[in-house]
Design a protein around this ligand. Sequence first.
Ligand code: FAD
Ligand code: FES
Length: 253
Amino acid sequence: MLKLHTLKIIKQEPVAPGYQRLTLARGIAAQAGQFVQVRASETFDPFLRRPISVHDAAEDRLVLLYRTVGRGTALLAAKKAGETLDLLGPLGSSFPLTDRAQAVVVAGGIGAAPLYYLLRTLKRAGKQVSFFYGARTEAELLLREEYRALATNYSEATDDGSAGSRALVTDLAAPAIASLDATVYACGPSPMLKEVARLADYYGRSCFVSLEAQLACGVGACLGCVVPVRGQEKYRRVCVDGPVFAAGEVFFC
Ligand SMILES: Cc1cc2nc3c(=O)[nH]c(=O)nc-3n(C[C@H](O)[C@H](O)[C@H](O)COP(=O)(O)OP(=O)(O)OC[C@H]3O[C@@H](n4cnc5c(N)ncnc54)[C@H](O)[C@@H]3O)c2cc1C
Ligand code: FES
């Protein structure tokens, strides 16, 4: 059943230029990897809700981490503590836990947003987590000390070498995927996911990726978000069948 919530904003913090963390006063029983559809304004302009991943969740809070890229996210960023936010969720699939004691988690850019809650979930389940965080520059490695605190091993890469290794995050993660008997999780740009999926397949690791697509309805009705998959079905909807998919299922273009 779809659940609509009106939640009070308790904090709206800039965490880097163009990036905000929004904390809401009540939890919505979300799992790591799920998302909410946010109404960015009180009017019907913009008409469509905007999908934002659950960055962190507990009984008494729901936290979103987002980048301002257009009108919807700019309106969201303009909201202040004390105001309310109307959202639908939790929606979509979540990252599954497996019987493996170790996990390799790979984040690219704002793809790190849902992985914070995954790291917390893995840590609570007693897993050893190797976390690889890639971004264009140091400024876009958001909340890095908070991510670092949750990981057993933490490594970072930037395109310009301003922090960590000057490398692709997939190059940094490859030796861990090769050598650890771990489940692999990833969220980030499509070429990064494609490479993580290739490495995991090559080394025989279970792998789960969170995909992004432009959503319209967000609840499975419009077929606006389909992605090609292997097998009989050919296409699946990111909003209800995903956003988290087994990597072997996805047909990366
Ligand atoms: C399941 C899911 C979870 C997401 N979680 C997060 C999150 O945690 N944090 C976050 O910052 N963003 C997240 N996004 C992306 C976010 O939904 C978009 O950035 C947002 O909808 C843009 O709205 P806007 O009105 O600000 O921009 P618009 O005016 O709609 O678009 C501005 C620009 O961004 C591009 N754009 C819009 N939506 C997307 C998209 N989904 N993927 C790629 N490019 C897009 C447009 O093509 C355009 O170039 C998620 C998307 C999905 C599908
Ligand atoms: S956005 Fe409508 S079916 Fe996914």
